[in-house]
Design a binder for this molecule. Structure first.
Ligand code: G4P
Length: 291
């Protein structure tokens, strides 16, 4: 889905989501498990404020569990419950309801103490485009409700979907914008398909992905492409080796670099080489220490 974000548009999306949030007890903040920090909306804390929150790491099938667990701890410290799911294949969905119960326990205990009758927990999903909001809603509802390609903010006619015994989910997600300002985040968003149009040059995205893999999964990389290139070789040597091996050659026996770039990006986006979490917790800590 390609959405053009501009300031007025962002303000409207934020206002609409804030309005919808008044109807719910808990927010499901959906992030991409491969970039649990970089796939967050930059104003999300301001939007959600103190409402109970479950951070749902979607696309866990394409990420790295060990790294994800570090981020679970990070969110726990901020008072949010985390769960990891694979909405596409319907994995981990039961945890969503139990996480919602956990996140809202205090609120419902307070209601009970005031003598209010027990009722279903009301929730809505919020996240940037392409993190899998519609896929998750459809899977939780067990039918097709949310259309992919929906507009930012939220649509008008909304309904509650019953999920499990104790949860009611708003059938339309809140769509907020990703972080555009930071080049590295832009590359990660592109590498995971959150942004398909080019706010970052694709050659830079491919180079970023390639250097991440050389550092974190060199063996997986050379095995996948059946090539033999030293880790510290020039990037062009990597491109040449991959291009020649795959027959991505153009006139004059030159390697078709555009095709190689596209191949690398698609292979990473579709987790063909391996499953990675590109947001590294130790890196985040170092960056924060250095201001
Ligand atoms: P959105 O509403 O947040 O914009 O996202 P949407 O549900 O449209 O999902 C975006 C893409 O992510 C879709 O792929 C969807 O299938 C995929 N996806 C969602 N959840 C998961 C998951 O847990 N694991 C994996 N591997 N993929 C997931 P697409 O290429 O746009 O469509 P399609 O090829 O699946 O039809």
């Amino acid at each position: 889905m390609v959405i053009q974000w501009y300031p007025g548009h962002m303000a409207k999306a934020k206002r609409e989501v804030s309005e919808q949030l008044k109807k719910v007890d808990v927010v499901f903040e959906l992030v991409d498990a491969r970039i649990p920090l970089s796939s967050r909306n930059p104003m999300i804390d301001e939007v959600i404020q103190h409402k109970p929150r479950v951070v749902i790491f979607n696309k866990k099938d394409m990420s790295n569990l060990k790294e994800m667990q570090k981020w679970f701890a990070f969110f726990k410290e901020k008072g949010a419950v985390s769960v990891a799911v694979d909405a596409k294949h319907g994995k981990g969905l039961k945890q969503v309801e139990s996480a919602a119960i956990e996140a809202t326990r205090e609120k419902f205990e307070r209601e009970k103490a005031k003598g209010l009758k027990p009722r279903a927990i009301r929730a809505m999903i919020v996240g940037i485009p392409n993190v899998g909001k519609s896929t998750l809603i459809n899977k939780l509802a067990n039918r097709t409700i949310a259309q992919t390609g929906n507009k930012p903010g939220v649509t008008k006619q909304q309904q509650w979907i019953k999920v499990g015994k104790s949860l009611q989910l708003l059938d339309t997600p809140g769509i907020l914008w990703p972080k555009f300002e930071d080049q590295t985040i832009g590359k990660k968003l592109s590498l995971t398909g959150a942004i398909k149009d080019s706010i970052v040059h694709l050659d830079e995205v491919a180079l970023y992905g390639l250097s991440f893999l050389i550092e974190h999964d060199y063996e997986g990389l050379i095995t996948h492409y059946a090539i033999n290139v030293e880790p510290d070789a020039d990037p062009i040597d990597w491109f040449d080796a991959i291009g020649r091996k795959r027959g991505l050659i153009q006139k004059g026996n030159e390697v078709d670099y555009e095709a190689v770039i596209e191949l690398i990006i698609n292979d990473i986006r579709n987790a063909k080489i391996g499953t990675y979490c590109f947001d590294l917790y130790h890196q985040f800590q170092e960056d924060n220490h250095n201001g």
